[in-house]
Design a protein around this ligand. Structure first.
Ligand SMILES: [Zn+2]
Ligand SMILES: [Zn+2]
Length: 84
């Protein structure tokens, strides 16, 4: 399996560059809508780890990458997770 690490899915699209490009090597397909892009991306590798924070669309294929992201961007969520 190819380790594609983190795929960042932008939440907003600006008018000049209204497309998302698949970050998987050799693919480079582009999509107009984040929903379409997201559906496409998960075909490469089934997502194993999805960011648990609300309003965050990041997908991770390695648990350590998810944790890294949570610690960097969602300190409040990390506190919640550690309790359980
Ligand atoms: Zn692709
Ligand atoms: Zn997140």
């Amino acid at each position: 399996m190819t380790d594609i690490g983190t795929i960042r899915i932008p939440e907003e699209v600006n008018d000049d560059e209204n497309h998302f490009t698949c970050s998987v090597e050799g693919c480079e397909r582009t999509f107009r809508r984040p929903g379409d892009f997201r559906r496409h991306v998960v075909r490469h590798v089934p997502p194993k780890f999805k960011c648990i924070a609300d309003d965050c669309y990041k997908l991770f294929y390695r648990k350590d990458k998810l944790h890294e992201h949570l610690e960097q961007d969602h300190e409040d969520v990390v506190a919640r997770v550690d309790e359980s």
